[in-house]
Design a protein around this ligand. Structure first.
Ligand code: NAP
Length: 301
């Protein structure tokens, strides 16, 4: 029997409905409107479309969206000055610097300049450290989206054998850290695989939950999956164009063979993708609550 499809669009919409209510309550009871500022340096077309989508999503939920678009030749000093200004702003609760930055600017210095309490991307070392010790404030958005997909699709994480393929700082490592935490939405036994893993299939075949973030089409095929497993395909690979001329997207999992073996599976597109921006919005609402003292670390609400 073919696997159940985990519909990321539907789950993202469900979360956004809840966020809309929370935002209305913040406005009514506290007179505060959560605000996100995106910062873009240069005109990379993919980055332009990502920040446009993020700003639009904010506005659709009734949040404030600010955007600072700087020329590619902007100096690091100028960008750091802007970050310092946004750190002080009472209207901006979340700051997102769109990556990649031009090569003459240090991403590390810029990300570390963001106030950790406004770091809604969750990339600041302080927030990574909080994640490590089980006191997350802003979990990075894609891993947070993966966890929500698992929880809301009824996949049991507690006690599960989880295998993560990929060890990047934005997906592989943080999702592994999140699912291993001693808490009800964690408690998994987690293995992280990478290009030096000796026998990838031997690991993936015993996973109750398989999360694939390798960045290569068909890195995982059906024969590498345990029957009945939940498979989360994080990959986004552009392979040619569709009949309508749009880029054809595939994940890192060979969907057709995998869906014959898995119990549940996320599609590409329409799986993890819609969750990433949604979790950015959720982190921004959390940042606004944090600024009011309505939310404290360790309380994952
Ligand atoms: P990345 O930084 O390129 O990391 C890829 C990881 O996969 C590396 O750790 C690499 O190992 C490992 N890997 C690659 N090929 C492998 C193989 N054959 N077997 C085992 N491990 C392998 O990628 P990323 O930023 O984590 O992104 C992963 C994918 O997710 C990409 O397709 C990206 O576009 C997508 N993505 C999607 C979203 C979304 O919102 N939907 C968000 C972020 C990323 P080494 O460390 O040994 O090199």
């Amino acid at each position: 029997m073919a696997a159940e499809i985990i519909n990321g669009n539907e789950i993202a919409e469900e979360i956004r409905r809840n966020l809309r209510e929370e935002i209305d309550q913040l406005k009514t009871h506290y007179g505060i409107v959560p605000g996100l500022c995106t910062v873009l340096v240069g005109d990379n077309p993919a980055s332009v479309s990502y920040v446009t989508a993020k700003n639009r999503a904010c506005e659709e939920l009734g949040m404030r969206s600010f955007h600072r678009h700087l020329p590619a030749e902007t100096s690091e000093e100028h960008l750091l000055g802007l970050i310092a200004e946004l750190n002080q702003s009472g209207e901006v609760h979340g700051i997102l610097v769109q990556l990649p930055l031009p090569p003459h600017i240090s991403e590390k210095r810029v990300l570390e300049a963001i106030d950790p309490n406004k770091d809604v991307d969750g990339f600041h070392p302080v927030n990574m450290g909080r994640l490590l010790i089980g006191e997350e404030i802003f979990p990075p958005c894609t891993p947070a989206g993966i966890r929500e997909l698992l929880l809301r699709s009824g996949t049991r994480i507690d006690g599960a054998d989880v295998v993560v393929v990929g060890r990047s700082n934005i997906v592989g490592k943080p999702i592994a850290l999140m699912l291993v935490q001693k808490r009800s939405d964690g408690n998994a036994t987690v293995t992280i695989c990478h290009t030096k893993t000796r026998d990838l299939a031997a690991h993936t075949q015993r996973a109750d939950i398989l999360i694939v973030a390798a960045g290569h089409p068909r890195a995982v095929t059906g024969s590498m999956i345990k029957p009945g497993a939940t498979v989360v395909d994080v990959g986004v690979n552009r392979v040619g164009t569709t009949e309508s001329g749009k880029a054809k997207l595939v994940g890192d999992v060979d969907f057709e063979s995998a869906r014959q073996i898995a119990g549940k599976i996320t599609p590409v597109p329409g799986g993890v993708g819609p969750m990433t921006i949604t979790m950015l919005l959720a982190n921004t609402v959390k940042a606004a609550k944090l600024s009011l003292g309505l939310w404290t670390p360790g309380c994952n609400k």
